[in-house]
Design a protein around this ligand. Structure first.
Ligand code: COA
Length: 241
């Protein structure tokens, strides 16, 4: 991998975006390498901790590449397809954002299940200032995450969200000093690893189901888990403490 640094452990995968010379701008190579990570995590489901460099998460899509893109590139949804694939990974994903998460970098963080931030995190979507829309999720995910008033400030007025505001808006779940951020991400994953992997995976799937699919998806998922010996073992262990 040229644009990512990957640490795969038994119970988690840590992916660090790594194009420091371009502030981790997301280029075609990084997109391809993140698809490779998705392929791995779809075959061997594990929680993902996604981080950037010290002082920057990702400064957006690579503007030199965007300059050359035309209609058919946009119709392929290069970044949105990747971010949707990340969104649908079987196990939870955590974005640990230190410094700038701008444009596509912010959209990548919006696509993760949970975001935590350092005190120096800044989220923003400056795409309209470059003559394009934020086309990889911000126009709908940000609204879902923080509500229309703040989303419109970011998307239509160029407002940037710092860590305090991100915490108040619940865009991020926690804020830590930059040096503590990655450890905080690991602590969240430690909690996940104590859960039943099947229950965690199905909870994510049901949680992300469209409204009309409930409660049928809930019942089906529970029916699968009620037949799982792991459920019986966990409940017996509790009752026999
Ligand atoms: N695409 C391509 N290259 C980028 C980039 C991007 N999105 N963001 C930064 N870079 C490159 C710069 O061109 C520069 O390259 P160079 O050293 O070859 O000149 C290098 O990264 C460092 O960037 P620089 O602007 O000098 O760093 P900074 O620390 O002063 O500022 C940012 C950091 C993130 C505030 C600034 O780079 C920025 O505003 N980037 C663009 C953000 C943006 O508009 N994103 C939306 C894209 S759709």
């Amino acid at each position: 991998m040229n644009t990512l640094r990957i640490a795969a452990q038994d119970d988690r995968v840590v992916v660090r975006l790594h194009r420091p010379e371009a502030r981790n701008a997301i280029n075609a190579e990084m997109v391809a390498e993140l698809h490779t990570v998705c392929d791995l995590l779809e075959r061997q489901p594990k929680p993902l901790l996604l981080t950037g460099g010290d002082g920057f998460f990702a400064a957006g899509a690579d503007i030199a590449e965007l300059l050359e893109r035309r209609r058919d590139h946009a119709l392929r949804g290069i970044n949105s397809t990747l971010f949707e694939r990340i969104r649908r990974l079987p196990m939870p994903t955590i974005a640990a954002v230190d410094g700038y998460a701008l444009g596509g970098g912010a959209e990548l963080a919006y696509a993760c299940d949970i975001r935590i931030a350092s005190t120096s995190a800044v989220f923003g979507n400056p795409e309209p200032s470059l003559g394009i829309i934020p086309g990889a999720g911000a126009c709908w995910r940000l609204k879902e995450l923080v509500g229309e008033p703040l989303a419109k400030m970011v998307l239509l007025a160029g407002h940037r969200i710092d860590s305090d505001e991100a915490l108040r808006a619940r865009l991020v779940a926690e804020v830590h000093g930059p040096a503590d951020l990655e450890a905080a991400g690991h602590r969240l994953i430690d909690g996940m690893t104590r859960m039943s992997p099947a229950a965690l995976r199905l909870t994510k799937l049901v949680l992300d189901s469209p409204a009309g699919a409930h409660p049928v998806t809930d019942h089906l998922a529970q029916a699968i888990l009620f037949e799982d010996p792991d459920k019986e073992a966990r409940m017996r262990k509790f009752l026999e403490r």
